[in-house]
Design a protein around this ligand. Sequence first.
Ligand SMILES: N[C@@H](CCC(=O)N[C@@H](CS)C(=O)NCC(=O)O)C(=O)O
Length: 196
Amino acid sequence: MYTVIGATKTRAMRVMWMLEEIGQPYNHIACAPRSEEAKKYNPSGKIPALLVGDDVLTDSVAIMHYLADKHGALTAPAGTPARAKQDALTFWLIDEMDAILWAAAKHSFVFPQEQRVPEIKDSLKAEFARSASILSERLEGAYLIGDSLTVPDLLATHCINWSIGAGFPRVDDKLGHWAKSMRDRPAFKAAATKED
Ligand SMILES: N[C@@H](CCC(=O)N[C@@H](CS)C(=O)NCC(=O)O)C(=O)O
C-alpha cells in the first residue's frame, strides 16, 4: 500500500489525485512542509513524498510519472514520440506555471522576511497570465492532450487552483471552465476530502 506524505493543500494533492484516478489505495500522512514529520522522510523537509516499500520517492511530478509508468495509466507509453510531446507539456507547466507560483510563494511567506522582494509579484502575475493564455489557446477539448486524461491535466489544474489561492488574476473563462470540470471529477473530490 502506498503512503503519501504531505498535507492536501500542498503539491501532495497532485499525488493523491493521481492515486484516486488510477484506483490505488493509499495511506496519507498530512504533515506540513519542513515539519519534523516531513523531515523523517525527506531531510530537506520538502513534501510530497511517496513511500513504496522501503523506498521514499520525492518530487510530485517524478512520483506521478512513476505511478503512470508503473500502472500504465494517465500517460503515453515511455519511449514514444507521444510521450515526448506529453513530457514537453509537463516540463512547460513546471517552467511556466509551477515555477512562477513557487517564486511568488517564496517572496510571500517561504523566504525569511528580509529576503522577500514583494515588488516581484506583479511581474510574476503578468507572466502567469501569459502562460494561462497560451495554455487556453492550446486547449481543444476535454483534455490537454488527445481524448483522455494525462499527467499534464492534473498538473495544470493544480497550478490553476494554486493561482486562485495565491490571489493571482483569474484565468480566462475557457480555461477556468476546463479547470472546474477537472475539479468536478470524483477522484479530485475524493483526494481533496480524504480523511487521514
Ligand atoms: N518540485 C517539488 C517541490 C516540492 C516543494 O517545494 N514542496 C513545498 C510544499 S508544496 C515544500 O515542501 N516547501 C518547503 C520548502 O521548500 O522548504 C515537487 O513538485 O514536489
